[in-house]
Each structure stands twice: as C-alpha cells, then as structure tokens.
Design a binder for this molecule. Structure first.
Ligand SMILES: NC(=O)C1=CN([C@@H]2O[C@H](COP(=O)(O)OP(=O)(O)OC[C@H]3O[C@@H](n4cnc5c(N)ncnc54)[C@H](OP(=O)(O)O)[C@@H]3O)[C@@H](O)[C@H]2O)[C@H](O)CC1
Ligand SMILES: [K+]
Length: 506
C-alpha cells in the first residue's frame, strides 16, 4: 500500500492486469466509476457537472464518469479536446458508451457548474500544455476562485507531471484527486501534491501480486516501511544495549546545534549520548547538559582517541561544526573508525569545494566506512555539494536527484524539504509526506540529524533509520502544531512513539 507507481510502472501494472484477464475497458470502467462516486459525494444530485476529456485514456475515464453521473441524475455536459473520431482503444469504447453530446473543449461553459471532472491528462502527459487545454485549465482554476466549483481530477491533476510533480505550463488546482492502484510521485512531490487536494487511491483490480511483482523501488515514507527494523528495548536490556551516540559540538559560539542533536538522539532512544566538545566550549556545554554527558575532544586527534572506545557507535558531525579542513578531519576519523555517521549542515558544506576536499573525498570516506553514512542536505546544501555532477543536478525530479546522489556518493541521502526524499545507494527511495510548514524554524535540521543518529546508535540499518527519523520528525511537528520551535520536537516524541508502538500507525 505504500509502494509508488511511476507513469511507466502504472502502464506496466495496467498491462499485467489486462494480461491477467481484466479487459482494458473494464479497468477504465472501474476507474471512471471511482471518479464519479467520489465526485457524487461532493455535490448533490441534479447539479450541473462539466466533464473535460483529453485525447487519451484519461479522457476515457472522463467519458465513463460522465455516463455514470448522468445515470445518477446529474446534469452533465462533456467537453473533448480533439475530434471524437481520433479516440482509440478503450477511450473510443468509453466514448461509444456516452449517449450525450460531445462538445469541443473550446466551448467549455462553467456557468452554474457545481462540479468539474478533470480528465484531460494523466500519466500520458509528455509536454507543456498549450492551446485549448491550457485555456480550459486557466478557466477552471479561475472559476474556482469566485464560485463554489468543486474540481475532481482523474488520476492526476491535468498539467502535473506524474513522475516529478512539476507543473507542465499550467495545471489544474483540484479539490480531490482519484488515482488508481497506488499513488504516483506527482501526488507526493511539490508542487504536484498541492494541486491534488485530497488524494483517494481507488482499487480497480490491479492486484497486490501485480504490484509486488513490479518490485517497485519507491514508496511513501510511513511506519510500514521501516517499523520492522525499529529496535525496541529488550525487557532485560540495559542502556549499553541501546548504543552510545556522539554529537560533535562546534566552538564556544556554536554549541547549541550539537546539543539539539544530542537531546534528539537521547529522546529517540539512544542508551547514552555524549557531546564531544572542543575544550574552549566545555564549560558552556557542561552547564547546559544533564543526562547527556560531555567530553573534552580537541579536533580529529581528540575524536580518534574518544572512538578508541567502540561503544561510541554513532555520530552526528556538522551542526555548528564550522566549514573547513578541521570538520573534514572529524568526518574522516569517524569514517575510519567504522562508526555510523550522520553528516549534516557544515559537515556537508565542508565538502562542497572544488579542491581536494570536495565531493570525491566525501564519497571516498563514505565508501571506506563499514558502517552507514547518512547525508542530510537541504536543497541549497545539495546543489552546492553535487553541483559538478550533471546527472544528479539535472535529474528530472527531486526523487531521482536524491536517488542519483545516493548512488553516486554511496551514502543514504535525505534531501530535505516539505517533500523530503530518503534515498539509498541501492536505488530504493521513500518520499515523506507528513512534514508541516511549522518546521521552517531554526534548529529543526539539527533535531532531525539527532533523531537519525539516535536510531543508528540503536542498530537500525541506515536507510530505515533515516526514514524513521524523518517520519518521527514530521509526526512530532504535527503533534505540536503552530508555534513549535526546535527544542519542542524531542519533547513531543514520547507521545508520538507511544501512539506508534501501541497502535502502529500515524
Ligand atoms: N492502471 C491505470 O493506471 C489505469 C489508467 N487509466 C487512465 O489512463 C491514463 C493514461 O492514458 P494515456 O492515454 O496513456 O495518457 P493520457 O490520457 O494521460 O494522455 C493522452 C495523450 O495526450 C497526449 N499529450 C500528452 N501531453 C500533451 C499535451 N501537453 N498537449 C496535448 N496532448 C498531449 C499524448 O499523446 P501524444 O501522442 O500527443 O504524445 C497522450 O498519449 C491514466 O492517467 C488513467 O487516467 C485507465 O483508464 C485505467 C487504468
Ligand atoms: K487528469
């Protein structure tokens, strides 16, 4: 249920269902019926409905929906882009079942319409919209702003690229989107997610076996994809069994970020947490810390000495660390010691130069590390770090940019944002959809890095630890709501974990 279908995978799923004995027209009938039923829940019978159909099978869904809404007593007017004679295959079949008038799209009349069914384009959209299609979308979006028009999109809001969520010129702003079998990246990545309104996933006969058989590498980030790897404490266990996380602190004026990360690591369940503090900042850190220990660690050599104790098994380096050779040295030490490592903020920027300390050096350290390395860039850090690799920077979607970066660097890459992507070097990726705008406040990235580090300390595998950290971070933010600040997030975690571990869900 969490798998994500790309446009190509959706077509494959279609074909396998048809090969399995469900005729294509039956799939279309079920798809169109699902759209009609959702639409009927949004407007009372007898209301005027405008159905706009495109030249392909998305349009075919529209013809089916029009017929069903007409049978249910709505006053339906159907508008088609292009001549009805040009329709092929299942779309031609669906048009043949429609006994009403087929109006040209250019004649679209939204007067007194309560509902629009948007069936112009779905997974077949392949270029920016123009002409009558674009004009119709502009008119529908405009009508929504000054009437109570309710817009239901079939499969994907027309104009949204199903694989990237990008707007292809212009796109429908839908109140509802009814998609089929599974969600597409365009339902989850921005801006597409914002165009969808409420997304309903309709079952149209594409079995779970077909989906499983496609071995899809992408999924929606949810407990169902990583909860099995979450390490619950053993009844007879002790704190040493839950790992020892280390947050490396910045200098005297930059100690807060590491402490935010440290507290997050403790809250998420690391058995012990230590702030590795430069000597000059020891007093400041010590004054702020209680359950979290603090050790004086002077540069890479000091960290190397600390890591002589194998119990320090997961580190976060970067928050407040400062950009440059010293931070690169700290990351090299953690990598050479084979410890699970989260590289965030200044830790990432320290490898963004073109010189010898650039991305190749970071990739080498990642590959040399026997334990997982997680990079947690926001878009700006990502662009700086991977700026010299066109196949990453120019990949067609945020999802594929993160996947390419993970494969190139060998690290798990958490490309943050309202639509954070968590990508593994093996090509798997999760798209997160539970973030909230209230996370846009100082320090929340430090907390996220700490959550991931704390989960790594407890032995979670890298990709799952990163995904769980991102999801818990979003869930904590949702539990807090408006006015949250970074310090609140770890404190909200007990409630989130309680709901998750006792009820297994959101
Ligand atoms: N299992 C499923 O997911 C099912 C999906 N169904 C529906 O089928 C569509 C996909 O149908 P398809 O015909 O492949 O594509 P579209 O209907 O989205 O697009 C139709 C054609 O439009 C042309 N096109 C593309 N971009 C533009 C544009 N910017 N301007 C004008 N025309 C454009 C393109 O043809 P070209 O030859 O011109 O490239 C498209 O082929 C899916 O979304 C579902 O709604 C099934 O009904 C049920 C099962
Ligand atoms: K559509």
């Amino acid at each position: 249920m969490y798998e994500i279908l790309t446009n190509a995978a959706a077509r494959q799923a279609d074909q396998r269902a048809i090969a399995g004995g469900i005729p294509g027209w039956e799939l279309m009938e079920r798809a169109g019926r699902a759209v009609a039923h959702r639409a009927a829940e949004c407007a009372p019978k007898g209301q005027r409905v405008a159905v706009v159909c495109g030249p392909g099978n998305n349009g075919g869904d529209g013809f089916v929906a029009a017929r069903i809404l007409d049978e249910e007593g709505y006053r339906v007017a159907l508008y088609l882009l292009g001549p009805v004679e040009a329709l092929r295959g299942d779309a031609a079949w669906a048009a043949g079942q429609w006994k009403g008038k087929v109006n040209p799209l250019a004649a679209l009349d939204l007067t007194s319409a309560a509902l629009v069914i948007d069936a112009l384009f779905g997974t077949g959209l392949s270029r920016d919209l123009d002409g009558d299609a674009a004009a119709a979308i502009v008119a529908i979006n405009a009508a929504k702003t000054h009437t109570k028009l309710h817009v239901v999109s079939a499969d994907i809001p027309s104009g949204i690229d199903g694989d990237s969520g990008a707007v292809r010129g212009v796109a429908i702003m839908a109140d509802e989107t009814v998609t089929f079998a599974r969600r597409k990246p365009g339902h989850l990545l921005l801006p597409g997610r914002l165009n969808c309104g409420t997304v309903t996933v309709a079952a149209i006969g594409i079995s779970d076996e077909i989906i499983t058989g496609l071995a899809l590498p992408y999924a929606v980030n949810a407990p169902g994809v990583w909860l099995r790897a979450y390490r619950r404490p053993e009844a007879a266990g002790n704190k040493y069994g839950r790992g020892h996380a280390v947050a490396v602190s910045g200098g005297l004026a930059a100690t807060g970020a590491a402490r935010l990360a440290a507290r997050a690591a403790l809250r998420v369940g690391a058995g012990l947490v230590t702030v590795a503090s430069p000597p000059a900042a020891l007093a400041v850190n010590a004054a702020h810390l209680t359950a979290i220990m603090v050790r004086s660690v002077d540069g890479p050599d000091g960290l190397k000495a600390l890591l002589g104790d194998a119990r320090f098994n997961a580190l976060v380096i970067g928050p407040g660390a400062g950009v440059g050779e010293a931070t690169r040295g700290l990351i090299a030490v953690a990598s050479e010691a084979g410890r699970a490592l989260v590289v965030d903020a200044d830790g990432l920027t320290s490898f963004a130069g073109d010189g010898p300390g650039g991305l190749p050096a970071l990739s080498a350290l990642v590959r040399a590390n026997a334990a997982p390395t997680i990079l947690t860039p926001h878009e700006g850090e990502f662009s700086r770090l991977f700026k010299n690799i066109p196949e990453i920077i120019e990949a067609p979607s945020k999802l594929l940019r993160a996947v390419a970066a993970a494969q190139h660097s060998g690290a798990v890459v958490v490309l943050k944002g309202a639509d954070t992507v968590i990508a593994a070097p093996d090509g798997r990726a999760f798209i997160n959809d539970n973030g909230t705008p209230w996370l846009a406040t100082a320090g929340t990235g430090d907390v996220l890095a700490g959550f991931i580090t704390g989960l790594l300390a407890q032995g979670m595998p890298g990709h799952e630890a990163a995904a769980a950290g991102v999801w818990l971070h979003g869930a904590a933010a949702r539990a807090l709501g408006p006015g949250l600040i970074a310090e609140d997030l770890p404190e909200a975690l007990p409630g989130v974990l309680k709901r998750l571990l006792e009820h297994g869900g959101r």
